[in-house]
Design a protein around this ligand. Structure first.
Ligand code: GP9
Ligand code: MN
Length: 637
């Protein structure tokens, strides 16, 4: 008995001598490092979000909930992956990941300050340009950006301590099963959190602007989204131009009827001014509402220009951006998605590029966020020398989405160096759907239509007309009117298919697929100095025809334009992006797969099939050119 007691005491004494604290300090330090990583990256992502003013809402508002939740869950997933794949080296992996992520978000922050866009995969293709902008990078750096280094001293101190403690033995390894189970559980919980964040967003808006993605789900998710999108595009889509495709392009251009020589070079050396009006449809021209002309200035302009009253818009899902694309490149937009997002690094033979060869400086003007429709990136490929956007205007007239068109057009004019030949492309915005910004507009009395969509649209169109009228007067005052080609047209529809009721009172419109197809017109005016054949021109044409028509007037060749020269065309036609075809003899309505005569009577489709296919072939050629970046082969210098 005595013996047993003694033995127990000896054991107790031994136990006291080798006492270990409840938590191993090594584990504590390691836990701290994981927390530094988690909250450090979260802090840096939030810094990007708020310091770039991308997100102007209060930090802890509900608005930012999805962004915080998504970023937090993605960092947790990343940490779990590190734990799963790196055992004894897990802290080194953690440090390297932290450094790489910090560099990425710092680069995003600097890039965003300049371009109002985060870095995307296509931007990395142009990384070679960085050396020439080192001064700009230095200029973009702010003292607060040192936050990107803030966690490193603590991190390194922690690693140093662990190294010291573990001098004799290595950092304890964690059994694989334990790692697998814990990573799996954390990933599962994080995915759940991410899912709840995602459910609070509207992913359908993501295709308009990369910044919508960042705003809703954070910069980390954006990089995942962007990389995934690019991998799908690059590796799961065949982008090599096959021989038969090249032959098809060759045949198309070789068999294209050579353009006539009417008006060739009549406006050589003149400036080029193009106004693309937001959602102005053809039916407002020469129309009275409540006893008053809706567009008095544009109506007057008919006598000073060629007014095309059968000009169709040909946009696809890229809407405004597709209209810009059609005008500046004479290629069709894509069947799915916006070409501005999908192919901002393709080679194009655009108006800015053709004019650059003649010594012109080209300006794109649009008083909205430059990242919208990926304009900043796409304008590089299209070759605009300057993109004047919302950052460059004084907000002295607030209307709808931002600056009112009247002020926008006036301010834009001041930004052009008119001492040298220029091309100015002006994209208006005020008349954007749903037009309710015009409820208080007093410039046009719509009588009983006050506070209705019809009334608001009429007011919007009247406002744009006033803005354009003032702009034309200003061109005259500055001596630019008779020294420039002036092109004015609407980008796309104003009325959605399910809102055609509003057209009943406005234009007596009765819905049918045929009537709807024929309604998809916007007004288009082309004027060059000394023009004699002014007035209405009924040629059926579309946005794709603007480039070759303008090029002919300016005496420039545009061999890769898919459109036709409107003034040198015997037979007009327009192919819409949905495959509908409008000609002088018939209209093919793609949604119904039916052919109608000009009186709206159904015709025997079999008689027109080959002709329709011939017109639609332009869409196929355009798709090949875009999807296979075919102009990079043709335009190799
Ligand atoms: C925004 C403007 C609107 O920049 O171009 O685009 P939309 O919604 O008409 O395509
Ligand atoms: Mn638009």
């Amino acid at each position: 008995m005595q013996n047993i007691v003694t033995r127990t005491r000896v054991k107790d004494i031994k136990r006291t001598q080798t006492f270990k604290p409840a938590i191993d300090p090594m584990h504590m330090i390691e836990a701290c490092l994981w927390l530094f990583f988690l909250f450090g990256v979260l802090l840096k992502c939030s810094y990007f979000q708020f310091s770039t003013k991308l997100n102007s809402k209060p930090y802890f508002s509900m608005y930012n909930k999805s962004m915080f939740l998504s970023t937090f869950s993605l960092i947790m997933i990343l940490a779990s992956i590190l734990l799963l794949f790196f055992n004894r080296k897990r802290l080194t992996a953690l440090l390297i990941t932290d450094i790489l992520l910090s560099l990425l978000i710092l680069a995003d922050t600097l890039y965003f300050r300049y371009y109002s866009n985060a870095i995307t995969v296509p931007v990395l293709y142009q990384i070679g340009l960085v050396s020439s902008i080192t001064d700009s990078v230095k200029d973009l750096f702010r003292v607060n950006d040192l936050i990107f280094l803030a966690d490193f001293p603590l991190f390194l101190a922690g690693l140093h301590l662990i190294k010291k403690k573990a001098a004799k033995k290595q950092l304890v390894g964690i059994p694989p099963v334990k790692r697998l189970i814990s990573s799996f559980i954390v990933i599962l919980i994080s995915l759940g959190l991410f899912h709840s964040a995602y459910a609070q967003t509207s992913p359908s808006t993501f295709s308009y602007d990369n910044n919508y993605v960042i705003n809703d789900l954070g910069i980390l998710y954006f990089h995942y989204y962007d990389i995934k999108r690019n991998i799908e595009e690059r590796y799961f889509t065949d982008r090599t131009l096959k021989e038969e495709e090249k032959n098809a392009i060759d045949n198309y251009f070789n068999s294209k009827t050579p353009s006539g020589t009417k008006y060739r070079g009549v406006a050589e050396g003149k400036n080029l001014i193009i106004i693309q009006m937001e959602a102005i449809q053809q039916f407002v021209i020469n129309r009275k509402f409540n006893g008053k002309e809706i567009t008095p200035n544009l109506n007057k302009f008919i006598n000073e220009s060629c007014y095309l009253d059968n000009f169709y818009y040909q946009v696809g899902a890229g809407n405004t951006s597709d209209a810009e694309f059609l005008t500046n490149n004479s290629l069709y937009p894509l069947k799915d998605g916006a070409v501005y997002f999908k192919f901002p690094t393709n080679t194009y033979e655009s108006l800015p590029k053709l004019l650059k060869k003649k010594g012109y400086t080209s300006y794109a003007f649009h008083a909205y966020t430059p990242s919208f429709w990926n304009r900043t990136e796409m304008y590089k490929a299209v070759g605009f020398d300057k993109f004047i956007n919302s950052d460059d205007f004084i907000m002295d007239e607030h209307l709808g989405w931002g600056l009112g068109d009247e002020s926008f057009l006036m301010q834009s004019l001041d930004k052009i160096d008119t001492s040298e030949p220029f091309y100015g492309f002006f994209i208006t915005l005020s008349s954007h759907h749903p037009y309710n910004y015009f409820e208080d507009y007093e410039g046009f009395d719509v009588g009983p239509y006050e506070d209705t969509m019809t009334g608001n649209y009429v007011k919007a169109a009247n406002y744009v007309d006033k803005a354009v009228g003032r702009f034309l007067d200003e061109l005259k005052a500055r001596g630019l009117y008779d020294n420039s080609i002036i092109v004015i047209y609407g980008d796309h529809h104003a009325v959605l298919k399910d809102q055609t009721d509003m057209l009943k009172d406005l234009i007596g419109f009765e819905f049918s697929e045929y009537n709807w197809t024929k309604l998809q017109k916007t007004p288009c005016f082309i004027r060059y100095p000394g023009m004699t054949e002014t007035g209405v021109n009924n040629t059926i044409c579309g946005e794709i025809d603007l480039l070759p028509t303008i090029a002919n007037l300016m005496g420039i060749d545009a061999p890769y334009a898919l459109g036709k020269d409107i003034f040198n065309t015997e037979k007009g036609y327009a192919v819409l992006r949905n495959s509908s075809v409008i000609t002088e003899e018939f209209t093919y309505v793609a949604s119904e797969d039916k052919v109608y005569g000009n009186d709206g009577q159904l015709l025997d489709k079999s008689l027109y099939e080959s002709e329709i296919a011939r017109y639609q072939h332009e869409l196929e050629i355009s798709d090949i050119i875009l999807n296979k970046n075919a102009l990079s082969v043709y335009l190799k210098d």
